[in-house]
Design a protein around this ligand. Structure first.
Ligand SMILES: Cc1cc2nc3c(=O)[nH]c(=O)nc-3n(C[C@H](O)[C@H](O)[C@H](O)COP(=O)(O)O)c2cc1C
Length: 232
């Protein structure tokens, strides 16, 4: 199983340790590619819309390329972020903006419709699930059919000062989730994803997309004539 992990932080704190615990509990043989933000993609979207014509036109394409490839190749995607002011970290938000053309409303990647994903967040007090939610929404709009969201209040500013009882909860929960993810089943594309895809196909058909290149992208793949990426 190929796993790509995108960390919304450079440091190996509580959130990183949750993901590490999860990876240790995935018992099928796996190959992990880990990226840290902002270390591995230190840019903000400039809003130039050059990517709407072609992703190659993004001024940060060279730095995005390796991550893009790893995202497409993976069977399982893992995203982590600490809760920063009830939201994902700023580097994670920047990442989300830099990959916005992956949304079903623009140029969805066929590869996404067969993946599973996990979004992990920790917080000191409240808001871990709230911080993870925008990433979950992004993945839903990328077309990922099965998304697990894990958020935990750890009552700490880092792994080293986390209460032992919280560490025990993480170990227990990641054992459970790791076991589930060790079974390599192709996830079903659910009603929500099918509905979104159909709606966006209708939008492209009516020329309500963001660029003519976007419509051609859909046309070339037969998606405007009933073909679906999860059936290819
Ligand atoms: C900029 C910043 C904002 C934060 N905002 C919140 C917050 O709104 N609520 C909260 O309970 N904890 C907040 N925290 C605490 C972290 O979410 C918490 O300590 C988290 O577990 C840190 O994870 P890490 O060790 O992976 O960095 C904040 C921390 C930072 C640095």
């Amino acid at each position: 199983m190929k796993i790509t992990v995108i960390h919304g932080q450079n440091h190996k704190g509580s959130t990183w340790h949750v993901a590490d615990e999860l990876l240790k509990n995935i018992k099928t043989q796996h190959d992990v590619k880990e990226f840290f933000l902002p270390r591995d993609l230190n840019h903000f979207c400039t809003g130039c819309f050059a990517c709407l014509k072609s992703p190659e036109n993004c001024p940060f394409r060279a730095d995005k390329e390796q991550i893009d490839l790893a995202l497409k190749e993976a069977d399982l995607l893992v995203f982590t972020t600490p809760n920063y002011c009830m939201l994902p970290s700023a580097p994670m938000k920047a990442f989300m903006d830099l990959f916005f053309t992956n949304w079903i409303s623009h140029k969805p990647c066929a590869e996404m419709f067969s993946k599973r994903a996990v979004v992990i967040s920790t917080t000191a007090g409240i808001g871990a699930k709230k911080a993870a939610k925008p990433i979950e929404t992004m993945l839903l709009f990328w077309g990922v059919p099965k998304i697990y969201r894990y958020g935990l209040a750890v009552n700490a500013t880092g792994w080293e000062n986390m209460p032992e009882k919280k560490k025990a909860i993480i170990i227990r929960d990641m054992k459970k989730l790791g076991k589930k993810l060790s079974v390599e089943t192709a996830p079903n594309v659910g009603v929500r994803t099918r509905f979104l895809f159909r709606m966006m196909a209708g939008m492209q058909n009516k020329n309500w997309g963001a660029s003519p290149e976007e419509k051609s992208y859909w046309q070339e793949r037969g998606w405007l004539n009933g073909k679906r990426p999860w059936k290819d």
